[in-house]
Structures are given as structure tokens and as C-alpha cells.
Design a protein around this ligand. Sequence first.
Ligand code: PMP
Length: 389
Amino acid sequence: DMRRRSSLFWGPVQLEDREKKLELQLPPSAGVVEGIEGCIGNTPLVEIKSLSDATGRTILAKVEFLNGAGNSPKDRVALNMIQVAEEDGLLSPGRGDTIYEGTVGSTGISLAALARAKGYKAHICMPNDQSLEKSDLLHHLGATVERVPVAPITSPDHFVNLARRRAQEHTDSNEDSSRGFFANQFESHSNWQAHFKTTGPEIFYQTSGHVDAFVAGAGTGGTIAGVAKYLKEEAKLANLKIVLADPQGSGLYNKVRHGVMYSSTEKEGTRRRQQVDTIVEGIGINRITENFEAGRDLISDAVKVTDEQACKMARWLVENDGIFAGSSSSVNCVAAVVTALSLPEGSQIVTVLCDSGTRHLSKFWKQVAKMGLEDEPKPESLTELLGIK
Ligand code: PMP
């Protein structure tokens, strides 16, 4: 009985008082669900058989692109941010409020879909180097979209600062009684708490607690922090390794490995780069956000993944498993393989398939195609393909 079993895990979770807002309960997947928000969560955990075969370890992935509103893990976050804001009186559908967010796309897509379902408007600010699939989708969901040039976080025109300012301008303009709400996924604790309340318990349930490593990239850090906090602190899996998957050019790898924030392309001590130089979208960042900070002490290691490795993994997943993944999912899978090989045979590793390749046709998958991997002689092994020992 799915309903009864799941209530064990989707019930309210105890946390400290200051973080009490933890009432998000996702409905079990059995039966009819009410509205699009009922299609969020309870995603499958798939064994990626080719990766298990290649490593002699079990590699499992949370299929987060099967979240049914915006097709990424950000559905969980968007739903929680909206619910918490409604409880705090910051959002009210009757008032005609608008949700503002700075996002590379996924969170905006989830917010735009849920805004429509709940009677809000959405206004999304995003950098103009992201795939057109994402901004087109936002338009079709009826969001107002501002695609802005890439700028450092210290600039008022950085997409996050712009979204914050637009929300304030809305609230300040006394045209009607409606307000602007800045969702603030990078700093809002509602982000990691969504994963603490849902993704973490789901993984625990689906593996019966048999998980030796959780491997994930960080964009805001919400996924890795929320899952880590649930599995290590709440479910008390003391031996579980939390591993950051970091694309080239991101500063987080060095933060985890060496305690200093500088990107791979710089020398230690030089001023850190503001833009992460990678074709990968959604993960990799050169600043410490509140959400990353929430889980930082629980992260035991980091794996750096090059764009070339990510592209090769994307191709491998199609050829061997029929999985058409996006760029961050491919980075996660490379890091899961590297992590698996560092653990004893028979270990169980969980990672995340964040979004589908269909959202990356115009950029990441173009690059994969350009590499002409189909025409190359087949490598002997996955480790040879990825250039890892
Ligand atoms: N993959 C994709 C495609 C994303 O858009 C994001 C979020 N920006 C992530 C992974 C990373 O998730 P998080 O923000 O929870 O670190």
C-alpha cells in the first residue's frame, strides 16, 4: 500500500524552531492527483545499468526530469517557495501578485508553470547565454522574460539582482494593491528544505537506506544540501559520502578540496572569475550561496568534470541505456562513476538526472554532435572513454 508506506516519509519532519516551515507533503503517486502540483515528487530511482556494469558498483539516479510541472528538481523547490511565501502572507493569489526570480532557467520554468496554476504572474530574469529552449518555454508559459548579458554578482544588472530589484519596483509602484515577491532560490532556505522534505526521504525509502554515496552538482546548492542534511543528519547514515560534481571552471571544487574559492583556470590567490566557463548549464558557481553553505560541512569530496567528459557521457547514456540527458545530468553521471570506482565493489551510489536533453538541443547536444563521437572507434571501456583510471 503505497499511500500508507509513503506517509511514513512524507509526513512533517521535525527541525529546529527557526526552520519549522516544513509542512510540504507531496502526494503519493498512486491514484488521481489534484492539479499539476500533484505531479511533483515521487520520482523513480533508476539503475543505470551500463554504469553499474562498467564499475562493478550499483549506480542509481533520481529521474528528476519526470517531475511533472517544469520537468526538473526545481518543481519541488518552486512549490515549497510558493507555499512558504503564501503562509508568510508574501504571496496572495487574490491580490494578483507576481513572482520574480533570477534563474538560469529551470527554477523559472517551474515557477512559471506553478504561477499559472495558482493565479500568479511570473517575471523571470536569466542570463542570455543559456539555451533558447528554456527562454522559449518560459514565454509559452506566459512569463515575462528578461534575458540579460552575463554580469558579475556584484553588478546591479546581474540576473539575480535584477529580479530582486524588479520585485521591489513592483511593490513600490502603488498602481494597485498587488505585490512583487522575489523568490530568491540562491539564498532562500525554502530551497534546500524542499529537498530535505522530499528528495532525501524518497532516496532513503527507495534504497531502504542502502546508499554509500550521494553525488550531485550545485547550482544553488539546494539539492546537495537538502539531501545531505536529510540522509546524514535526519536518517543518520553516518558512513554516507556526499560528493560534489563540479563542472570545469566552477570554484566549488577547490572550495571543497582545498578550502579556497578559485576556479580551475586561475592560480590560487588571484581574483576569482565571476563567470563559470563551461558549456554545462545549471551547475557550477563561483560564490558560496546560503543553500550551499547549509550543506557544506556534510560534503566529503568533490569531482571535477570537463566539458569533454560530460559530452562523452551524454552520448554513452544514449547508446547504452537510451537515456537522453541534459548537461548537468551528464556531469553528475561522470562524477558518480569516479566516486563509484573509489568505493568498494558492491557499493551503491545515488545521483540525479536533473533535466532532459530536449532542453539542451541548441547548445550542449550541438556540441556533442560536433564532437563526432559516432564516427570514432568504440573505446574499450567507459574509463578509457572518460580518460579516468
Ligand atoms: N541541473 C539543472 C539543469 C539546474 O537548472 C540546476 C539548478 N540551477 C541544477 C542542476 C542544480 O541544482 P541546485 O540548484 O539544487 O544545486
